[in-house]
Design a protein around this ligand. Structure first.
Ligand code: HEM
Ligand SMILES: [Cu+2]
Length: 599
């Protein structure tokens, strides 16, 4: 199966899952906004999950759990990497397809089946898994603990194992394709940042996901075969359970060894996409290309030694807490480098505010505002107070929820012409952007203040507590903002579907971009290019080179044709080229002195 087709399948499944997860969040937000009201409609829609017009407490927890699970894994891991790795890796490095097209197709179908299994848990009597997307034991390990610990949890675990199988097949394919199938001239330092990001993301996934599977398998043993890896001294309904010697903390270590890299699996492709979109639409080379790549590598390595910051409150040895605190704060450095470089790329750019560009800038905005609170939370002393409050919810929704979604949307708007041969409507794109951008800040910003005041997350109705009564108005406000942001997505879905069928036909290179995918014909060919695969001569960011006739020079243009755009280091091991460059520059200078150009 062709990689471009598989990319579309991942995208459309991902969007569908996002819509479902969004509807789930609106459902639990209604409960939070109107804790005392009843809505008969809910009973009609949800049956026994919402008796007497109110969502039941157990189902509320399931909604939060499945919302988080779907958003993190199904939308932002599979939907994001699956779509753009499949679409861009072969097209941007100049390959005819993935290393193994068959395994690639299998990876999609495993993802699809995992989605079906996850959603099927809404149709079992006891409902979907509850206990949060982190499925901490004992709730996940004792099938009788609560309704969501039963059949729903079993389905969650099966779905996750299939999901990981899908990610591994995808990831191994991406890595081997990037390493082995680059076209002539495409050395590693000529790869676009999207490819670097997707490549390193795949490596992260390959190293981290198996650890989750190991944790999940032990959990299945505890659930079904009477082992005690995670359980000890448990009393259930007054009956002492036979578990001894296990520890739920062990699960937390295994979970977050995946869980923390996972947040970078989610954000790094969004970073790569935004870098690309911002360079093209600023008509400027990306600032600090090498620093960008080294930052991605730094994040990849560091993300494996910070997982303990999710466990500051487990009573870990303060020395260990200190170690995790330091590594966590160090990871802020490559993140700051990237942020600085994006801003420097925009600086004095000749910016085109396409919808893709707006979403890429939005991504940077959310990354900054969510990243700053990460520095608070990385400090153990502060985290102990803020842990499990809405402050954390605010932090991760900005930095990974909103930022990653915006990166993904930037990618959809930017590469839609490549995927479907049509252009999306710009006006609807602007409407979508502004409502979503404002909506996301209105939803998540106030949550910081709730968290600082100690309002806990995952509670069904905290207005029961007198001290939190005052947050009801804000909660209602957040819910309405969320409904507005959700409605804004209608503009996007409408635009997406209508443009596929009735959009304006695109030209081959609608954004005047340098990268290889735009040298392939609009009509999709099996094998991407008719005849030979183009050869690459230059890096992907030759925009607005002084002296060049056009403000962009595709990667396939040989150096001698537009000498002015060459840099001395392009010729480090090519003395003949260096001579040519010197001659060219001298000629340019002579021309300049003859006829001074207006600037
Ligand atoms: C319409 C947009 C969204 C709204 C209104 C929303 C709202 C919420 C709220 C209020 C909670 C849980 C509160 C609690 O702890 O009780 C939550 C949980 C969560 N959300 Fe969202 N969210 C949205 C979009 C997203 C996105 C895009 C992501 C992707 C990363 C995401 C990921 C999560 C995760 C991981 C949890 C934690 C689940 C858990 O605690 O088990 N959400 N969301
Ligand atoms: Cu983390």
């Amino acid at each position: 199966m062709d990689h471009k087709m598989i990319a579309k399948q991942f995208l459309i499944t991902g969007i569908t899952m996002a819509v479902i997860a969004m509807i789930l969040s609106i459902l639990f937000r209604i409960q939070l906004a109107y804790p005392d009201k009843t809505f008969p409609l809910l009973t009609t829609l949800l049956g026994h999950f919402a008796p007497n017009g109110r969502i039941s407490t157990e189902f509320y927890l399931s909604l939060v759990t499945i919302h988080g699970t779907i958003m993190v894994f199904f939308v932002l891991t599979a939907g994001l990497s699956g779509t753009f790795a499949n679409l861009l890796i072969p097209l941007q490095i100049g390959a005819r397809d993935m290393a193994s097209p068959f395994m690639n197709m299998l990876s999609y179908w495993f993802f699809f089946m995992a989605s079906v299994v996850m959603l099927s848990s809404f149709f079992v009597q006891s409902g979907p898994a509850s206990g949060g997307w982190t499925i901490y034991p004992p709730l996940s390990a004792l099938p009788k603990a609560m309704p969501g610990s039963g059949m729903g949890m079993t389905l969650w675990l099966i779905s996750m194992v299939m999901f990981v199988a899908s990610s591994l097949m995808g990831g191994i394919n991406y890595v081997s394709t990037v390493l082995n199938m680059r076209t002539k001239g495409m050395d590693l330092w000529k790869m676009p940042l999207t490819i670097w990001a997707l490549f390193l993301t795949a490596i992260l996934g390959i190293l981290a996901f198996p650890v989750l599977v190991a944790g999940v398998v032990l959990l299945i043993f505890d659930r079904s075969f009477g082992t005690s890896f995670y359980l000890s001294d448990i009393v259930l309904n007054g009956v002492q359970q036979p578990y001894e010697g296990g520890s739920p903390i062990l699960f937390q270590h295994l979970f977050w060894f995946l869980g923390h890299p996972e947040v970078y699996i989610v954000i790094m492709p969004a970073m790569g996409i935004s870098s690309e979109v911002m360079s093209v639409n600023s008509r400027k080379p990306i600032f600090g290309y090498h620093a960008m790549v080294y930052s991605l590598i730094g994040i990849t390595v560091l993300s494996f030694i910070v997982w303990g910051h999710h466990m500051f409150v487990t009573g870990m040895n303060p020395f260990l807490g200190g170690v995790f605190m330091i590594t966590t704060l160090i990871i802020a450095v490559p993140s700051a480098v990237k942020t600085f470089n994006w801003l420097a790329t925009l600086w004095r750019g000749n910016i085109r505010f396409t919808p893709a560009m707006l979403f890429a800038i939005g991504m940077v905005s959310f990354f900054i505002s969510g990243g700053l609170t990460g520095i608070f939370l990385g400090n153990a002393a502060l985290d102990i107070n803020l842990h499990d409050t809405y402050f954390v919810v605010a932090h991760f929704h900005l930095v990974m929820g909103s930022a990653a979604i915006f990166g993904m949307l930037a990618g959809v708007y930017h590469w839609f012409p490549k995927m479907f041969g049509k252009l999306m409507d710009e006006k609807l794109g602007y409407l979508h952007f502004w409502l979503t951008f404002i909506g996301a800040y209105l939803v998540f910003f106030p949550m910081h203040f709730m968290g600082l005041d100690g309002v806990p997350r995952r509670y069904y109705a905290f207005t029961e507590f007198a001290s939190m009564q005052k947050w009801l108005t804000i909660n209602t406000f957040i819910t309405w903002a969320a409904i507005m942001a959700a409605l804004a997505q209608v503009a996007f879905i409408y635009n997406f579907i209508v443009s596929i069928f009735a959009g304006k036909k695109t030209t081959q290179n609608p954004w005047q971009s340098n990268t290889l995918e735009w040298t392939a014909p609009v009509e999709h060919l099996h094998g991407n290019w008719p005849g030979e695969i183009p050869t690459v001569y230059r890096w992907p960011y030759d925009y607005s080179k002084p002296g060049a006739e056009e403000d962009y020079i595709p990667q396939t243009v040989p150096f001698s044709q537009t000498m002015s755009s060459n840099l001395p280091h392009d010729f480090e091991d090519n003395p003949a080229g260096m001579d040519e460059l010197k001659k060219f520059n001298d000629k340019l200078k002579a021309n300049d002195s003859e006829s001074p150009k207006e600037s």
